[in-house]
Design a protein around this ligand. Structure first.
Ligand code: SAM
Length: 229
């Protein structure tokens, strides 16, 4: 009964986006319906886990609203077998959705993808690891502590890179660590207000840059992001 109610709330989020003309591909829809957001929010917010709103996860940070996760995942367009870098692990929820697409549960695939995710706040990285373990994704997602504005060179190049914090510009390290033919999705703008950008790497030196919707994210703090105050 509760499970049925949850499903309806999540389907409503998809319907709402589609009524605004934003089509959600089947692979994104399936992953979104499969991953339980309740496993990624602090206990006191469990009752609100299926509300389409950002929720606090501690340390002044948030888990993004569900519609934003759907939009960013759709713009990123990950494929089975992809190697993905996420900058801004937070709760681990977005990473789990990406893992469900690149290395799906319940299928026998030979070429399985992986999600590498970087979080600058050590305690949140630990929170995300626990959440990912509970949800069954710790074998498909690896969490690192560090400044993700400089990417994660060790495992580069990546098929897809997603940044879930606001940056003043596109970090050069992320452009370098993207494969040719790969896609980067990142909120760019001021601390107060940003737009999502979809950046496709056409060759080592050429990029196709498209501006998408407006958004508001917490800042990307680091060498190639905003300065810490
Ligand atoms: N994707 C997350 C989720 O599914 O819960 C939500 C991300 S939250 C909106 C943004 C996160 O980016 C915060 O946890 C913040 O600490 C982190 N962050 C900010 N600057 C960072 C940096 N330079 N490197 C890595 N993480 C960073």
């Amino acid at each position: 009964m509760i499970r049925g109610k949850r499903m309806k709330e999540k389907e409503w989020v998809i319907k709402n986006l589609e009524s605004e003309g934003f089509r959600i591909p089947e692979k994104v829809r399936r992953a979104f319906l499969k991953v339980d957001r309740k496993l990624f929010v602090p206990q006191q917010y469990e009752d609100m886990a299926n509300a389409d709103t950002p929720l606090p996860i501690g340390y002044g940070q948030t888990i993004s609203a569900m519609h934003m996760v759907l939009i960013m995942t759709t713009l990123l367009d990950p494929e089975v077998g992809d190697k993905v870098l996420e900058v801004g692990t937070g709760s681990g929820y977005q990473a789990a959705i990406l893992a469900e697409i690149v290395a799906p549960s319940n299928t026998e695939i030979k070429k399985s993808g992986h999600v590498y995710t970087v979080e600058r706040i050590k305690e949140l990285a630990e929170f995300a690891k626990e959440n990912l373990k509970k949800a069954g994704y710790c074998d498909r997602v690896t969490v690192f502590v560090g400044d993700g504005s400089q990417g994660l060179k060790e495992f580069s190049p990546y098929d897809r890179i997603i940044v879930t914090a606001a940056s003043p510009k596109v970090p050069e390290s992320l452009k370098d660590q993207l494969k040719v033919g790969g896609t980067l999705v990142i909120p760019i703008g001021s601390i107060e207000f940003q737009s999502l950008y979809v950046i496709r790497k056409n060759s080592e030196k050429t990029f196709n840059i498209k501006k998408s919707i407006s958004c508001v994210f917490v800042p990307l703090i680091g060498k190639e992001g905003f300065d810490e105050k």
